[in-house]
Design a binder for this molecule. Structure first.
Ligand code: NAD
Length: 433
């Protein structure tokens, strides 16, 4: 089968590379010519473990191609995935301009039956609207079907998530389109991946509901963590014990500086707007968003207190800039807000991240970037651990104590044990401990 993936970012590239690995003939399209040039050389423009090898292997096998020419890609493909961004607008709703412009492009060049599948996260009703846009812009009248096929991959584990997903969701009422999508995902069907076949609207809502639920778990545990600090309990014990209840489960119960990234903040905001548009307010989601904002804000006085009550002129080391480990994605990362908060209070910031520093430099050119974790700690009045990269889990504490001006650590991911840290001579704060 020949397919096209329009938009070669985190989702589009992983989708394209993984389908090529399944033996499908894939052409990935992007408007960013520089990105496509790099991809044609076998270089991934993003950091995602295992992606480079998968791209090179399938490029060499001739199953994966990259182009800026959407016309040829549309003409030769049976299934066309839309995987462009749906960033938040100032009111929180999803900006559909990229998705809609791709739909117009597809419509203008389709000359035979096509399945247009949205991988982009889009509000309820978008599939129907895209069908109308395509129908309005077709130059050659042909049959087509718009299908919703939301993506649930996690950056940093995206390839494994795509190859072994918990489920595949397909939203459509067109039996022919459903059969084509099932055929495309046959390798997953063979490993008994559950398929959920539902309406377009059901599928569109599933994606938002899933992300909002996960975000809810995070905001919930962050509120309980704050309560732990007041009452003298340890969130680690509380989260572990509640997670042992199988109805709750242990995942997404890690207290921290609040959720970030390119999905949870924008998808919770968009769901809230969808709820209001349909006169069915999502009060829990609204609270989740507010709690998350407050959690980020609360990290600044925590660091300030640790640094001796005053940040002006203090040197603060930051470990981790990406919104989570194993990615270079800094979109809406907690580190950005925390660093801006520290700068506002007059601190000097020096940061280190194993892969995200180049991206961060574009947004935060005013701070210093260190070559490694120990350089970031050198002469620091306090060190703040923001992203739990594996290499930060076994820091040489003796070396840190020696290079720091004052041995103080704010561990915003709770990866160290407070008693051990104090025994090693550090002033230490975590979240909820
Ligand atoms: P991204 O910004 O990494 O990639 C989008 C790509 O689309 C960019 O390379 C951009 O140049 C390209 N593009 C924009 N307009 C185009 C056009 N007209 N023609 C061709 N290419 C065009 O975004 P992403 O993180 O891959 O997210 C894409 C969508 O998938 C979003 O809706 C997002 O919510 C959803 N999603 C993301 C993740 C994730 O973890 N990143 C997970 C699940 C779903």
């Amino acid at each position: 089968m020949h397919i096209a993936v329009i938009g070669s970012g985190y989702v589009g590239l992983v989708t394209g590379a993984c389908f090529a690995e399944f033996g499908v003939d894939v052409i990935c399209v992007d408007i960013d010519a520089e990105k496509i040039a790099r991809l044609n050389k076998g270089e991934s423009p993003i950091y995602e473990p295992g992606l480079d090898q998968l791209l090179q292997k399938n490029l060499q096998a001739g199953r994966l191609r990259f182009t800026t020419d959407i016309v040829a890609a549309v003409k030769q493909s049976l299934v066309i995935f839309i995987a462009v961004g749906t960033p938040p607008k100032p009111d929180g709703s999803a900006d559909l301009s990229y998705v809609e412009s791709v739909a117009v492009n597809i419509a203008e060049h389709m000359d035979s039956y096509k399945v247009v599948a949205t991988k982009s996260t889009v509000p309820v009703g978008t599939g129907k609207r895209l069908a109308q846009i395509i129908s309005d812009h077709q130059l050659t009248k042909t049959e087509f079907s718009v299908v919703s096929n939301p993506e649930f991959l996690r950056e940093g584990a995206a390839i494994a998530d795509f190859m072994r997903p918990d489920r595949v969701v397909i939203g459509s009422s067109d039996q022919q389109a459903i059969a084509i999508m099932r055929d495309l995902y046959r390798p997953l069907y063979l490993i008994e991946t559950p398929f959920v076949i539902t309406s377009l609207e059901g599928s569109e809502l599933i994606k938002y509901a899933a992300n909002a639920f996960l975000a809810t778990k995070i905001s919930f545990i962050n509120e309980i963590a704050n309560l732990c600090e007041r009452v003298g309990a340890d969130i680690h014990d509380v989260a572990r014990a509640i997670g042992m209840d199988r109805r709750i489960g242990p995942k997404f119960l890690h207290a921290g500086p609040g959720f970030g990234g390119s999905c949870f903040p924008k998808d919770t905001a968009a769901l809230s707007v969808i709820g209001r548009q349909f006169s069915s307010p999502t009060r829990i989601v609204d609270a989740v968003i507010e709690v998350n904002h407050l959690q980020r804000v609360a990290m600044i006085p925590k660091i300030e207190k640790l640094a001796g009550g005053e940040l002006k002129g203090k040197r603060i080391g930051i470990l981790g800039l990406a919104f989570k480990p194993e990615t270079d994605d800094i979109r809406d990362a907690p580190a950005l807000d925390i660093i801006r908060g520290l700068l506002d209070r007059g601190a000097n910031v020096v940061a280190f991240d194993p892969v995200a520093a180049d991206e961060a430099r574009k947004l935060l050119p005013m701070i210093e970037y260190a070559a490694n974790e120990y350089d970031a700690a050198t002469d620091a009045d306090a060190l703040v651990l923001v992203t739990e990269w594996n290499q930060f889990r076994a820091l040489d504490m003796n070396r840190l104590r020696k290079v720091m001006k004052s041995p103080r650590i704010a561990d915003l991911r709770n990866i160290y044990t407070p008693a051990d840290m104090r025994e090693m001579g550090f002033e230490y704060v975590g979240v909820g401990r």
